[in-house]
Design a protein around this ligand. Structure first.
Ligand SMILES: Cc1cc2nc3c(=O)[nH]c(=O)nc-3n(C[C@H](O)[C@H](O)[C@H](O)COP(=O)(O)OP(=O)(O)OC[C@H]3O[C@@H](n4cnc5c(N)ncnc54)[C@H](O)[C@@H]3O)c2cc1C
Length: 424
């Protein structure tokens, strides 16, 4: 199948939906493409155990009613044939070639998972991963959970796990009190964030919030049975059924890299109108820097307006600046300290796809050399997990993604090629 649109928006999270909404208001044809079965991205992830937020319902309602907008869910963008054409694998239509005049990239972020002894045991997930599993219907009622890592996502995961009936034993935060407290007080400057924090931490008093602490080991044989936490120079052991964690988020820049967009500090570089270094490509949301849902939405709106040739209002620009200031405060408060960046043991698996131990990778001087010699980052996830960890430990830049970006069914690839002579 082949399709053609004025504007394609990659990603249906808050940024992508806002971009599609703004772009379609200019009368152009717009396609929104997302790999999840339902729109919403990470924070508005839909599922049997997730209530649809009002903001998402409103936005989706508007988009569904707009005849200029086509939505492709459960559709992975696997490769860009060139700056005006992409190949996707769609659950409904199979392999498709989609061409466009302009592209808005809103591919969001990923969790930064740093390996520790035992992290490959069943029962260990990312904090956002645990949320996704719970929203998707996984039961955790009565389970003892330890959340560990850094940043506000741990608090969001705490609220989700508690609402699903789990007993969260501790939230282990690597940042020290002297950083977390001023950040908490600064929320007064953003009342919506303060309200969100109060809602998420309601009934929090019986949960330990251990700052300046790191989880160093998961215990267990067949699955997780406990966690060892380094706190104040001593090790504390907690018996638990589940560990979920993550050290903040990293921008998901793979599609933008494939489009040839320049990066700055690991995020897609954009100008005032959210335009990237590639002439017909705009970017918005967490692929351009971690900043939360409000920033993602206003950036999406600006990108959608700019990409469709409409004027951007001064109030949108001011709002973006306000949320960028909030993002800078959060980044400063939860900056990774030495204990979080400490290397795991040489035996710890760092690449879960290819079973490569940290010591084998650390023996090499670059990401490329480590890949060639150890197969680290060459499994199905293509370094999406270990790449961020190795960047944290060694400062290695993630390699340019190779097509296909995400695993694609061969039948779908052939199907897309039947209708298209794209360079595959
Ligand atoms: C795992 C996780 C959980 C989170 N949970 C929370 C939370 O509970 N509360 C909170 O305040 N913030 C949460 N965040 C932060 C949240 O991501 C942002 O606040 C906000 O959702 C960013 O919006 P966005 O539109 O930039 O990206 P996202 O919401 O991440 O949307 C990007 C979308 O693009 C899709 N995509 C990416 N690549 C492709 C591709 N090649 N083909 C097709 N589709 C693609 C993704 O699947 C996703 O649906 C979470 C982040 C992560 C990574």
């Amino acid at each position: 199948m082949k399709a053609n649109f004025d504007i394609v928006v990659a990603g249906a999270g808050p940024a992508g939906l806002a971009a599609a909404h703004a772009a379609a208001s200019g009368g152009l044809s717009v396609a929104v493409i997302d790999d999840n079965p339902r729109a919403g991205g990470q924070i508005w992830r839909q599922g049997p155990h997730a209530k649809k937020p009002a903001a998402l319902s409103r936005m989706l309602g508007d988009l569904i009613r707009n005849p200029n907008v086509t939505s492709y869910q459960a559709t992975r963008i696997s490769l860009l044939a060139d700056a005006r054409e992409m190949i996707v694998d769609c659950a409904e239509h199979g392999g498709m070639s989609i061409s466009f005049a302009r592209l808005v990239i809103a591919t969001g972020a990923r969790e930064r998972l740093l390996p520790f002894d035992g992290w490959t045991l069943p029962g260990v997930t990312g904090a956002g991963g645990l949320q996704a599993l719970i929203k998707g219907g996984m039961p955790v009622r009565g389970e003892r959970v330890v959340l560990a890592g850094s940043g506000p996502l741990l608090i969001a995961a705490l609220a989700t796990a508690r609402a699903a009936g789990a007993r969260v034993l501790a939230v282990v935060e690597q940042a020290p009190w002297r950083a977390v407290l001023p950040f908490g007080l600064s929320l007064a400057a953003t009342p919506s964030k303060l309200g969100q924090a109060l809602r998420l931490t309601r009934g929090f008093t019986d949960t330990r919030y251990w700052t300046g602490s790191v989880l160093t080991r998961a215990l267990g044989n067949e699955r997780v049975e406990g966690a060892i936490i380094r706190r104040g120079g001593r090790d504390i052991t907690l018996a638990c059924d589940r560990i979920a964690g993550g050290y903040g988020l990293v921008p998901n820049v793979a599609l933008a890299q494939m489009a040839g967009c320049a990066l700055a500090s690991g995020a897609v570089a954009v100008d005032e109108g959210q335009r990237t270094s590639v002439q017909n490509v705009w970017a918005a949301g967490e692929c351009t820097g971690i900043g939360g849902t409000e920033l993602a939405r206003v950036e999406g709106r600006i990108a959608g307006l700019a990409a469709s040739g409409q004027a951007v209002s001064a109030s949108d620009v001011r709002e973006r600046e306000r949320w960028r200031r909030f993002a800078r405060r959060a980044a400063h408060a939860f900056e990774l300290g030495a204990s979080a960046r400490a290397w795991p043991s040489a035996e710890t698996i760092v690449c879960r796809c290819e079973d490569v131990a940290f010591g084998d990778v650390a023996a090499h001087a670059s990401w490329r050399e480590a890949k060639l010699q150890t197969r680290c980052g060459m499994g199905p996830c293509q370094g999406r997990v270990c790449g961020a960890a190795l960047e944290t430990y060694f400062g290695w830049d993630a390699a340019l993604p190779r097509p296909p970006l995400v695993p694609m069914r061969i039948g779908a690839l052939l199907q897309a090629r039947e209708h298209d002579d794209a360079r595959l």
